[in-house]
Design a protein around this ligand. Structure first.
Ligand SMILES: Cc1ncc(COP(=O)(O)O)c(C=O)c1O
Length: 443
């Protein structure tokens, strides 16, 4: 029998849960960034539906994290009932492919410009890990050029040089973002400033003989939604081709945020390979590597690059993916997403002008970033260093007190957003709460 919990828990029971949590799980959380710095403890959730969730203490929030973008359709979107029923009928299959896998891969090839072949993974970090292995095999060069401020998952090849402190941006080997990452692997990573054509050209000239991959998060959601300046992605495409380097767009987050085909469709720049994920599974853990056939066919059993896993793409995740593709291929989905986005962005611009605390909002489709410490456009990591994590944490504390949940990312300038199931009235409530919170912080 599964345990049965009675909610809401009172403060003593909540403290006891956290105490037990810490005794059984490091920090009481199954993902390090789930610790809520604004509250000084984790959020323990009890339910979620549509645009909202509740915690075990009986509080209800309008959710502006939406599982970091994974539940873009909303929590418990009605389409997921059929996913559950079908999965059950088929026996919750795992470690076997089905016709649904083929159908989903075909549909991704239809909507994502660079996709001629698709391989599924669960986490986005698994997707970037295996895609980079493929790129190293295909290029025959081990080093990877990447950008400051971009994020590509938590593994040894990507958690290097992304978000260094100001005084460690140019150290060699690049700044390692976790203890335990070998120095020898960090030496394979070459970080460069985003949106800087001259810096990228210089790095390519110097390193293309040893670096076979140019890895880009085309919308830098993971540093407050830094957009590519006009022409930058086009230039990166040109330079990658000229230097015989594989252009890799990590679209785990930017996939289907403004158009079905991701940033590559929005900006009209086609990479050689990409990763997509987050909302792809409609809340189920599903990511994918998609790219040109000649590259992707390096994966075994056609080629010589290993990619396998007991839990790769179990049936419920694939069915979730099919429901997501159905949504993003319908004009109604984009009408709702875009009209909510217009309402939110217009409101954010007004709030930023009136805020007593300097703040900058930058958005792309259904997600946006919050960068404290400036009112000016932010186009690169160096400029974003004005962001003060303590101000962000205080902002999250203020908004959650008023019933709107922003994930605090330990204070980082990251990304937030709404879902298909948020209403225009909820967007107005969120804007009101944000403004009140900023006013309170300015006192
Ligand atoms: C651009 C990008 N790449 C990779 C990842 C890693 O994905 P996951 O958290 O599913 O491992 C993320 C997650 O935030 C991401 O935003």
């Amino acid at each position: 029998m599964l345990p049965n919990y009675q909610f809401p828990l009172n403060e003593t029971a909540l403290d006891d849960l956290y105490r037990r949590g810490k005794n059984a799980i490091p920090g009481g959380v199954c993902s390090s960034t789930r610790f809520n710095a604004a509250w000084g403890k984790p959020v323990y959730a009890s339910w979620s539906k549509g645009s909202r969730f509740g915690d075990v203490a009986g509080r209800e929030f309008i959710d502006m994290s939406m599982s970091h973008g994974a539940t873009l359709l909303g929590h418990a979107h009605p389409s997921q009932e059929e996913v559950l029923r079908r999965s059950w009928e088929h026996g919750l299959m795992c470690s076997l492919d089905t016709p649904y896998h083929v159908a989903l891969a075909e549909q991704i090839c239809e909507v994502v410009p660079c996709a001629e072949r698709v391989r599924f993974t669960n986490a986005g970090s698994e997707a970037t890990l295996h895609a980079l292995r493929l790129c190293r095999a295909a290029s025959g060069r081990d080093k990877i050029i990447r950008f400051f401020g971009h994020f590509h998952g938590y593994h040894e090849f990507t958690f290097v040089g992304g978000h260094p402190p100001a005084d460690q941006m140019h150290v060699q080997p690049p700044f390692r973002e976790s203890a335990g990452i070998p120095k020898s692997l960090a030496e394979l990573i070459i970080p460069v400033e985003y949106n800087d054509v001259a810096a990228l050209e210089a790095v390519l000239k110097k390193h293309a003989h040893e670096a076979g991959t140019l890895l880009i998060e085309p919308i830098d959601f993971n540093r407050g939604c830094i957009l590519p300046v006009p022409g930058f992605l086009e230039k990166a495409r040109e330079m990658a081709t000229a230097h015989n380097v594989i252009l890799f767009f990590d679209e785990i987050q930017s996939f289907a945020k403004k158009a079905p085909g991701g940033a590559q469709e929005v900006y009209g720049v086609t990479p050689d390979i990409c990763t997509i994920g987050k909302s792809l599974g409609a809340g189920w853990p599903l990511s994918a590597i998609a790219g040109k056939a000649e590259l992707m066919d390096r994966f075994k059993p056609v080629g010589d690059v290993a990619h396998s896993g007991t839990f790769n793409a179990p049936l419920p995740c694939i069915l979730g993916g099919l429901t997501f593709l159905e949504q993003i291929r319908s004009p109604e989905f984009w009408q709702t997403i875009n009209s909510l986005g217009e309402r939110l962005t217009a409101g954010l611009d007004e709030i930023a002008k009136r805020s007593p605390v300097p703040v900058r909002f930058q958005s792309h489709g259904s997600r946006f970033g919050i960068i404290f410490g400036t009112r000016e456009p932010v186009i690169n990591y160096t400029q974003s260093l004005c962001h003060d994590p303590n101000v962000m944490i205080e902002f999250c504390r203020q908004t959650t007190e008023r019933g709107v949940y922003f994930h605090d990312y330990g204070g980082g300038a990251c990304h937030h957003g709404y879902s298909l199931m948020h209403t225009p009235e909820e967007i107005d409530t969120v804007l009101g709460v944000m403004e009140d919170s900023l006013k309170a912080m300015g006192k």
